[in-house]
Design a protein around this ligand. Structure first.
Ligand SMILES: Cc1cc2nc3c(=O)[nH]c(=O)nc-3n(C[C@H](O)[C@H](O)[C@H](O)COP(=O)(O)OP(=O)(O)OC[C@H]3O[C@@H](n4cnc5c(N)ncnc54)[C@H](O)[C@@H]3O)c2cc1C
Length: 325
């Protein structure tokens, strides 16, 4: 039976939910709501590399879940062949005992993508996917109604939910909230103990365009810092900061200065920081540190808490959620 489904959000969570709704529930009428100017999507301000970063099965429940999500998304990116996604390798420069244990299962690389100023104890590589969020997300089928308006109220009624925006209101049998860190604004209107513990985490990074750095795309990680190069669009990114409990859209220059200093002390690469653009996005993290995808109330579902793994976890979680609606 056909149902009216409202999806609130336009980041990777909402895009993956709509993708699977169209495949698994082709008769549903989908209406999307988002507000890029009032609730900017983290997905469009993300360095967006999907990689396990040394995580392996059998160590923690969170790690097992992430491995499962990675296997699904790795296949999804490989098979969907959508624009804005390229396969690459993530190289990690290992410097301490803790990292040695975390990455012990990965093969050692003889040479580095870039010259380290201080030789790391070990260099390892693993597969990754580098994503250009804007190109990738806009390549999905957009043949459904999409209102660029802030949802200000959700009200239950006999058969579902009334969704109110700044400009109008409409009734739906189902509502799926993919609202990232901005879900906190909806506390007032959504009865949701599952999402009450959401905290924002600010992330900022430097970006250089037209920066030819190498003949192939790569990701490099050292001392918790990431340098990502997308050869297809000649773009280099360095970051990102992690500032817990901050949903400010203006970056912390102190934290960015620390990143610059660390980079200059570690990597043999000339970069003109005066030419870098700075981007800031707000991640969302739940107290459990695990993502949530499920029902909050009759006819009301959510996917949130993707934190630093949105590009790995969104696709499998959205498929599971849509197959249980
Ligand atoms: C700097 C940075 C680097 C990152 N790097 C990586 C990485 O390398 N790999 C990785 O896997 N993850 C990374 N992440 C995390 C990843 O980007 C996020 O987990 C993911 O983008 C979250 O997606 P989302 O769809 O849940 O939320 P968002 O992308 O924030 O989307 C939320 C959407 O909800 C809409 N919305 C909210 N409230 C309302 C409302 N009331 N009415 C209408 N619309 C509303 C917003 O407009 C927005 O479209 C990074 C994040 C940041 C900030």
């Amino acid at each position: 039976m056909s149902q009216r489904v409202a999806v609130i959000g336009a980041g990777v969570a909402a895009t993956s939910v709509i993708h699977w709704l169209k495949i698994l529930r082709p008769l549903d009428k989908i209406v999307q709501f988002s507000s890029e100017n009032l609730a900017p999507a983290a997905s469009l301000r993300s360095t967006a590399v999907a990689a396990l970063r040394g995580t392996q099965r059998g160590i923690s429940a969170l790690g097992d879940e992430l491995c499962e999500h990675w296997e699904f998304s790795d296949q999804f990116y490989a098979e969907s062949r959508l624009p804005g996604v390229v396969a690459g390798e993530l190289e990690t420069w290992i410097n301490d005992e803790k990292e040695m244990r975390r990455f012990s299962h990965l093969p050692e690389a003889r040479e580095s993508f870039l010259g380290p100023k201080q030789r790391p104890v070990k260099i390892v590589r693993e597969k990754c996917w580098l994503i250009d969020p804007e190109v990738f997300l806009s390549s999905f089928d957009e043949s459904h109604e999409h209102y660029r308006a802030l949802v200000t109220e959700l009200r239950p009624f006999a058969k579902g939910w009334l969704v109110k925006t700044q400009t109008g209101e409409s009734e739906f049998e189902k509502v799926i909230l993919c609202t990232g860190a901005w879900q906190r604004w909806m506390k007032r209107v959504v009865p949701s103990s599952e999402l009450d513990t959401i905290k924002p985490s600010q992330g900022s990074y430097f970006e250089w365009s037209q920066q030819h750095t190498s003949d192939h795309s790569f990701a490099l990680s050292f001392h918790g810092l990431n340098l990502h190069y997308r050869h297809d669009i000649k773009t280099l990114q360095l970051g990102a900061t992690t500032i817990k409990n901050s949903d400010l859209l203006s970056p912390s220059l102190t934290h960015l200065e620390a990143i610059k200093k660390l980079f200059l002390s570690q990597v043999e690469l000339e970069l003109d920081f005066s030419k870098a653009r700075i981007h800031t996005g707000i991640r969302s993290i739940l107290q459990t540190r695990r993502p949530f995808a499920g029902q909050l109330d009759q006819g009301l579902c959510a996917m949130n808490g993707l934190y630093k793994n949105g590009w790995i976890s969104a696709w499998p979680l959205a498929k599971k959620l849509c197959s249980t609606l």
